[in-house]
Design a binder for this molecule. Structure first.
Ligand SMILES: *Cc1c(COP(=O)(O)O)cnc(C)c1O
Length: 421
């Protein structure tokens, strides 16, 4: 039987860093990533046959739990009819209608294949619609890896961005302004759009403070700029209508991904009919995709949405609250500083005493404590995100008993982690 170590060594020979997406590597916690052989419900099994209770859940793409029978069946049935045509299909219409029903600000929707495409194109549409170039983003938010959005901010002040990655020319981020999260910035009349995660879920989990999202809406209206909510994580996760429903805010454009594809490559963006009317072939803003609205992905997405009713969200949120309370208690009892913010079904795990409100305070979390706790949990069969800056994604398949077991294991893991640290 092959092992994680053997596969990782082979992977590193042929794939940079041994992984196809850097968050999968164990760079920030150390060690060898587990290679998944299969998954079901709340669990993944590695190639050595070890089972882990999985809180990564494809970074939020899997809300029902892995390999849900309804999703598997929908994908199998779709695959038998062909995997891609390059012509429109009925399910694309059904899925676009299902999105509009749940997220009414999406009067028109376009399906794409990744969150990166969704945010990249939403920004292009906003620039095309307004005839302006500047965009405003928030330090610590993640919007995929398009050049314009791989921008790093300065030291907490409103700054013109510097490239956030080698290979991104300064010119690509020259019109990107990076400002601190949770503070409403001045929006000039040269700004095309403000792009924001309504709940920041890529620097741990950071809820919006009161007045932040409303303030952004008002500032955009005053400046004639568009408000783009990046709901790639929060969409269909916080509730049927996502963060915009929860916080009562109407964006001009919305980006969706992760949950909507049920674990297949699918994402979407949508918004005001007049703004979306800028898109080719109706308007002058170009966007396209060979695999956009893929038949397998739309089948999975429709199957997932059908199962996400109010009872499902109540269950997810109730259990996340219990998990957060349990983790907070046992980690604190072990003597580690901890804060576990929760927004509906999402939770974060910071090893510091105060709840972070922006990237600077998020980075104050003890990364060494996280790494030690992560490995103690992994040794006990619980897979947390291998990075201190990610959210936890308990699914509908995580039973009450399973979460209680996680809390019990966390008590032992925290006690062991503090000895290592
Ligand atoms: C994951 C993510 C993206 C990028 O989506 P991909 O499908 O990985 O390209 C964009 N925005 C947010 C908020 C995300 O969490």
């Amino acid at each position: 039987m092959t092992t994680n170590e053997e596969l990782f060594a082979r992977a590193c020979n042929v794939i940079p860093g041994g992984v196809d997406s850097p968050v999968r590597s164990f760079r920030s916690v150390g060690g060898t990533p587990y290679f998944v052989a299969r998954a079901e419900g709340a669990y993944v099994w590695d190639v050595g046959g070890r089972r882990y209770t999985d809180y990564v859940q494809s970074w939020g793409a899997s809300i029902l739990g892995h390999a849900h029978p309804k999703v598997v069946e929908a994908v199998q049935r779709a695959a038998a009819d062909g995997t891609s045509y390059g012509a429109p299909t009925e399910r694309e219409v059904l899925l676009a209608e299902a999105i509009r029903d749940r997220v009414p600000s999406c009067q028109k929707v376009r399906l794409v294949s990744s969150g990166t495409e969704a945010t990249m194109t939403a920004v292009r549409v906003a620039r095309g619609f307004t005839g302006r170039d500047k965009i405003v983003v928030f330090d610590g938010c993640y919007h995929g890896h398009a050049d314009t959005l791989l921008a790093a901010g300065g030291s907490g002040l409103a700054t013109h961005a510097v490239p956030g990655s080698a290979g991104v020319p300064a010119s690509a981020v020259a019109d990107t302004v990076v400002v601190p999260y949770n503070v409403v910035p001045d929006i000039g009349d040269d700004v095309a759009a403000v792009l924001v995660e309504p709940v920041a879920a890529n620097m741990g989990l950071i809820p919006p403070v009161d007045g932040f999202l409303d303030g952004l809406r008002a500032a955009c209206d005053a400046a004639g700029a568009l408000l783009i909510l990046d709901e790639v994580i929060t969409g269909f996760r916080l509730g049927r209508g996502g963060a915009q429903e929860r916080f009562g805010i109407t964006p001009d454009l919305t980006c969706l991904g992760k949950v909507i594809g049920g674990g297949l490559p699918l994402a979407a963006f949508g918004g005001r009919a007049d703004v979306m009317g800028c898109l080719a072939p109706e308007g002058p803003v170009y966007q396209a995709g060979t695999l956009s609205g893929n038949p397998l992905a739309t089948a999975a997405g429709l199957a997932v949405l059908e199962l996400l009713d109010d009872a499902a969200y109540a269950q997810l949120s109730g259990r996340a609250a219990e998990l957060a309370a349990g983790l907070t208690q046992v980690i604190a009892e072990a003597g580690l500083p901890v804060s576990v913010p929760v927004v509906g079904p999402l939770l974060g795990l910071f090893f510091n005493d105060t709840v972070p409100t922006d990237f600077a305070t998020s980075k104050a979390s003890d990364a060494k404590a996280y790494a030690a706790f992560f490995h103690q949990m992994l040794d006990r069969g619980v897979a947390l995100p291998p990075s201190p800056f990610e959210a936890l994604f308990p699914s509908l398949a995580h039973t009450k008993g399973e979460l209680e077991r996680t809390v019990d294991l966390a008590a032992a893991a925290a006690a062991a982690a503090i000895r290592i640290e």
